[in-house]
Design a protein around this ligand. Structure first.
Ligand code: PEP
Length: 253
């Protein structure tokens, strides 16, 4: 059984005071949530503040990006070791905003995944097609390529630390959620691709999150799908009530 994971991507939001307040209310509101991993990924500037708030809880800490070098003249970048030092267990890699706005590629995603894994950080590798790619019927071609390229030279034994997030770009921040069936089809295909690249056993252990306008009113249906193991949540993670409700999603049997 894969343990569900709900991850908050706060993107470029939150002052220190806001971050502290929101983290505190997630800690309070999610105390009763059992058997779900919950992580908060604030901007770099708020990592220490959020760490303080979550330190006595089961809530984990994630970063939104990393650079693959350990140290050096890389102005503006943050290394895997720095993230570990800041208390992170997870790091989001190759979010579509990084691919679209900051020129990240499958190759840089690969270097980041490897850097995270070798530094004991769990990468949340983001993949997903654009609206135009879905219309052209190449969703699976695009997602297969993104998964394959990002996992080049990753060893099967490292797969239990990998998380994949399927985030159709047309659903991010748009209010247009993929239907549970649409998401499940792609999740199954990603798991099939992992089985081909590694083994069915290893693929079975990888958590595949869905991201793209996840909200309190659609999370239960999404989480009812067999291959949807959690959610990467943007907009709805910025409000306590909505994020806490998402973390406390209702399980169907
Ligand atoms: C995201 O940024 O990863 C995301 C899924 O955003 P939203 O939930 O706002 O669509």
């Amino acid at each position: 059984m894969r343990r569900p994971l709900i991850a908050a991507n706060w993107k470029m939001h939150m002052t220190l005071a806001d971050a502290g307040e929101l983290a505190q209310s997630v800690v309070e509101g999610c105390r009763a949530v059992r058997d779900v991993d919950i992580i908060l990924a604030p901007p770099f500037t708020a990592l220490a503040r959020v760490r303080k708030e979550v330190s006595d809880s089961s809530i984990g800490l994630g970063a939104q990006d990393l650079y693959w070098e350990e140290k050096g003249a890389f102005t503006g970048e943050v290394s895997p070791g720095m993230l570990k030092d800041a208390g992170c267990d997870y790091v989001i890699v190759a979010h579509s905003e990084r691919r679209q706005l900051f020129g990240e590629t499958d190759k840089s995603a690969n270097r980041k995944v490897i850097a995270a894994l070798t530094n004991d950080l769990m990468p949340i590798l983001c993949v997903g097609e654009t609206d135009a790619e879905r219309d052209r019927g190449v969703t699976y071609v695009v997602v297969d390529r993104q998964v394959k390229e990002a996992l080049k030279d990753v060893a099967e034994a490292q797969l239990d630390k990998l998380v994949v997030a399927y985030e159709p770009i047309w659903a991010i921040g748009t209010g247009r959620t993929a239907t549970p069936a649409q998401a499940e089809e792609v999740h199954q295909s990603i798991r099939g691709q992992l089985a081909k690249l590694f083994s069915a056993d290893a693929a079975d252990k990888v958590r595949i999150l869905y991201g793209g306008s996840v909200k309190p009113d659609n999370v239960d249906d999404l989480m009812a799908e067999a291959d949807i193991d959690g959610a990467l949540v943007g907009g709805a993670s910025l409000k306590t009530e909505s994020f806490n409700r998402i973390c406390g999603f209702q399980r169907r049997t």
